[in-house]
Design a protein around this ligand. Structure first.
Ligand SMILES: [Zn+2]
Length: 483
């Protein structure tokens, strides 16, 4: 039997239901509508700035133009900007308002070496050999500043009270700039921090990631002719090989959450000289700082064993280390509600085609962009994935973390494919979406003192009696480090 829908029902459907599917969906909280509107109004400026930083493609501590572009824009918007903080020329913060609460938001802007890429769905370096934004940090800094600005407008018009502070945090890909910003006390008066990261999914990020430590191992021996008098030589490269063999044997006897990497930086210069010097950068990771510590100490100790075997001297230098994330599910739940309200990012056919071409190029299922909003995940006991210096921030201030889609699912991270998407509309959309979700959540933090208090209570409980101490050597940050 065929049914006809009565006309009046169609009328009500059109009036009442359809608008809620559109981009301009309005919620009950007028301030959240306002921050979303501010970000929409600034879309051109934000994407322009993101594209600029994408093209600057500057790596850790060399982000001179990128940092300046963000700081200048913040100043233009009316923020008070303090540059060159924590002894790092490219670190800054931009602040607006006064008094409590103080809500912080983190921005990164460094690129990765060797990943230069055009905004096209196949591998095509823009400047062969040059760096590229393979982690999407060009989007990261801009979205966070865009969110901070939307909140600033509300403080400016007297609709909310307190202080919003954007942190321009350099060198996330190497050295971990936030460590020195924490050491300089720049987070001491902050009540809560927002953070996001570009990804292949849109979700409240409630996973801990891994803690890690970086250190240099150097071996010093005696040079000699490799053939005519090798008995006068003591090979630093022998020690290096024995050392890495030790690490690789040790792999079998650590927990599955442990990762050990090394990058050989110097293994000798020429084949006919017994090398008197060898150097490697060693990285050890585990699910948390506590688990990391004994593995780290053992991997360090093995250098002595290798040095004894090769009859050379050795030296260990701590570069830096980072904590895993201290997850805050209370804050994440507030973010989750805003994600559910915003709904998934919608993509054009061209964007889906672009995404599928990338998936084809990297040999992944051609499913296009995925932007559905799933319920908040459980926090896993045995995490996977990378590490971030946001971990250390999360140990000093309750931190809410977002992941927003800026690249197709299955895309290898730290690759040309991420650079490509970050320089076109797929990245731009993720950036604007992240800005909106974070600004809305910051509205919650400014309006709802109970929420901030509950976040602080969870923070305290999770941290327990652990006393945070950054894994950084004494002295200034390694701005001109020879490694
Ligand atoms: Zn990153």
């Amino acid at each position: 039997m065929r049914k006809t829908t009565p006309f009046f029902l169609l009328f009500f459907f059109t009036i009442l239901v359809l608008p809620s599917f559109g981009q301009q969906r309005k919620g009950k909280n007028p301030l959240k509508n306002e921050v979303v509107q501010t970000i929409d109004q600034n879309y051109e400026a934000l994407t322009g700035l993101s594209d600029q930083i994408w093209a600057f493609e500057e790596t850790a501590f060399d982000e001179i133009q990128s940092s300046k572009a963000l700081a200048d824009y913040a100043e233009e918007l009316g923020f008070t900007v303090t540059r060159g903080v924590a002894e790092m020329p490219t670190a800054f913060y931009a602040e607006y308002g006064s008094g409590k609460p103080v809500i912080g938001i983190l921005g990164e802007f460094d690129a990765l070496p060797g990943l230069s890429q055009e905004a096209v769905p196949y591998k095509s370096p823009r400047n062969p050999g040059a760096p590229g934004h393979g982690c999407g940090h060009n989007l990261f800094g801009v979205a966070s500043l865009g969110a901070a600005n939307a909140v600033k407008e509300l403080i400016q018009s007297g609709k909310i009270k307190g202080t919003v502070r954007f942190y321009g945090t350099p060198a996330e890909e190497k050295y971990f700039g936030k460590l020195w910003m924490i050491r300089a006390g720049l987070f001491e008066d902050v009540d809560a921090v927002m953070d996001w990261h570009p990804g292949a999914e849109t979700k409240a990020n409630v996973q801990t990631g891994l803690a890690l430590v970086d250190f240099l191992v150097e071996f010093m021996g005696q040079a000699a002719h490799a053939s005519s008098d090798p008995w006068n030589g003591r090979s630093a490269a022998d020690a290096l090989e024995l050392y890495t063999a030790g690490i690789n044997y040790f792999r079998e006897h650590v927990r599955p959450t442990v990762r050990m990497h090394y990058h050989i930086q110097d293994g000798g210069q020429v084949v006919n000289v017994v090398p008197d010097y060898a150097k490697l950068w060693v990285r050890v990771r585990d699910a948390n700082k506590q688990g990391l510590e004994p593995v780290w100490k053992h991997v360090e100790r093995m250098a002595e064993g290798a040095a004894i075997m090769a009859n050379v001297d050795y030296k260990i230098t701590l570069i830096s280390g980072i904590h895993e994330i201290l997850v805050n599910r209370t804050g994440s739940a507030a973010l989750q509600k805003n994600l559910e309200f915003l709904g998934p990012i919608s993509y054009t056919e061209e964007e889906q085609e672009f995404a599928k071409k990338i998936q084809e190029a990297v040999d992944k299922p051609q499913v296009g962009m995925v932007s559905k909003i799933d319920p908040m995940e459980e926090t896993l006991k045995n995490p996977m994935g990378g590490s971030t210096d946001v971990g250390d921030v999360s140990y000093v201030v309750p931190t809410i973390r977002l992941s927003a889609s800026t690249a197709p699912s299955g895309t290898p991270w730290h690759s040309w494919a991420v650079v490509a998407c970050g320089g076109m509309s797929i990245g731009h959309k993720g950036m604007a979406y992240a800005a909106k979700a974070m600004a809305m959540t910051m509205v919650d933090l400014f309006q709802d003192k109970d929420l901030v208090d509950a976040m602080k209570a969870e923070f305290k409980e999770r941290k327990g009696d652990y006393i945070y101490e950054g894994m950084v050597p004494d002295g200034p940050p390694p701005i001109n480090a020879p490694y």
